[in-house]
Design a binder for this molecule. Structure first.
Ligand SMILES: Cc1ncc(COP(=O)(O)O)c(C=O)c1O
Length: 403
């Protein structure tokens, strides 16, 4: 049986062994409830959480922000969108969300719409001429400017797209939102730990993320609140933890692990980003030269990583391609040893083609013939070469079958 090759690092990443090492002592001996501050072990747990919160705020360029610990990005996004839009003192009734954002955002928006809010989607920049499709997945600032009225409560946009890797230039978007008194929520789930991130420089008000996307444990994430005038309603109520904004016993070991994972990611970003970028390029070159008519979905890149990573237009480890005359799902099933995806992890069980690929202008068939590769910290050149070989031969077999 062929050895597994994991190229699904957008769905989740392996926990870095250094993270496990940091979590173990907390799990074994610091198990007290951080809410039990009447005794010493509880106070120690609370202290441990506070230290790691401050470390994370520093690493995210958000020293003056608040960080609410959650179970992951989905919960953070729910808290951001419902928390702002449904706050009892919220007068504004419009919510704007990105057309190719993650389902977690789009489903919250759908629910808000059912509750009577005016929900609109933000469109993408069109190619010139405008009917030249697909486009690369960058949000249209001009169109957003027209949608932004003084009725907009919150704008939610994805920073790094989980399917096609497109990266948005958020600073001008934040400025535009603030000119209109709207709050900007950033879904930075795929970007944090993968590209340089500084919350203050970006100017977002709320930022969602999950630890398991940057080699931390599953089941823990955060919502940064970078603007202290924000009024947020809780979504989860109960014990009143975290200033009543998110009840529930804090996951001490998870938080310690998440902080350690972020620390490692930030510390080795300068070395890891070009490494992952080059592996992605290697895979693309190896597939492109051997499969006639293979097409890239999402933004293009130069072969060499840029010396200034802030100019990146695509997540370094993301590759999304469409195969001529072959269904992506069938191709994927033909190489089960290769962990790749035919859509986002949360939607890959759905038979419908990806809303992101349709959103950039692909036909249903083109979307169905696409695969997403997510390259990460633990991949090697040998794995990339083997992955390319397996895809190329599976593709040739399927094509033969189709013909
Ligand atoms: C961009 C983006 N946002 C949100 C999420 C949801 O994250 P989680 O499943 O960790 O809650 C994901 C996960 O795939 C994602 O890629």
């Amino acid at each position: 049986m062929a050895e597994d090759i994991y190229l699904d690092n957008h769905a989740t990443t392996a926990v870095d062994p250094r993270v496990v090492e940091a979590m173990l002592p907390t799990m074994l001996s610091e198990y007290a409830n951080a809410g039990s501050i009447t005794h010493q072990p509880g106070r120690r747990a609370a202290q441990r959480i506070q230290e790691h919160k401050e470390q994370m705020l520093y690493l995210l360029g958000a020293q003056h922000a608040e960080l609410i610990f959650t179970s992951g990005a989905t919960e953070s996004i729910n808290l951001a969108l419902f928390g702002i839009a449904l706050h009892p003192r919220q007068k504004r009734r419009t919510v704007l969300v990105g057309k190719i954002d993650h389902k977690a955002v789009l489903d919250c928006a759908r629910k808000l719409s059912k509750q009577g809010l005016n929900v609109q989607t933000i469109d993408l920049v069109k190619n010139q001429p405008a009917d030249l499709l697909p486009c690369v997945g960058i949000y249209d600032l001009e169109a957003l400017g027209e949608q932004l009225t003084d009725d907009v409560a919150i704008v939610s946009l994805i920073l790094g797209n989980n399917e096609i890797g497109s990266l948005q230039d958020m600073r001008p978007i934040a400025e535009l939102c603030h000119q209109h008194g709207a709050i900007l929520h950033l879904d930075a789930t795929q970007a944090i730990g993968k590209i340089p991130f500084d919350a203050q420089a970006v100017g977002a008000d709320l930022v969602s993320f999950s630890a398991h996307k940057f080699y931390g444990p599953k089941g823990v994430g955060g919502l940064l609140i970078c603007n202290d005038t924000i009024q947020l309603s809780p979504v989860i109520v109960g014990g009143g933890q975290q200033n009543n904004l998110r009840s529930g016993t804090l996951n001490t070991a998870g938080i310690v692990g998440m902080a350690r994972a972020l620390e490692i990611s930030v510390a080795q970003l300068d070395a890891e980003l070009p490494m992952v970028y080059s592996l992605r390029d290697r895979l693309w070159q190896k597939l492109k030269t051997r499969i006639d008519g293979l097409k890239l979905n999402g933004p293009d890149w130069k072969t060499l990583p840029p010396s200034d990573p802030t100019v990146l237009q695509r997540l370094p480890g993301n590759l999304n391609v469409r195969f001529p005359n072959v269904d992506g799902q069938s191709l994927m099933l033909k190489v089960p040893s290769l962990a790749v995806s035919s859509g986002s992890a949360c939607t890959s069980a759905e038979p419908a083609p990806s809303h992101v690929l349709i959103g950039i202008g692909l036909s249903q068939d083109q979307a169905r013939s696409s695969l997403r590769f997510g390259i990460g910290r633990f991949n090697t050149e040998t794995q990339i070469d083997q992955a390319a070989d397996r895809i190329v031969s599976a593709y040739a077999e399927l094509l033969h079958f189709v013909a």
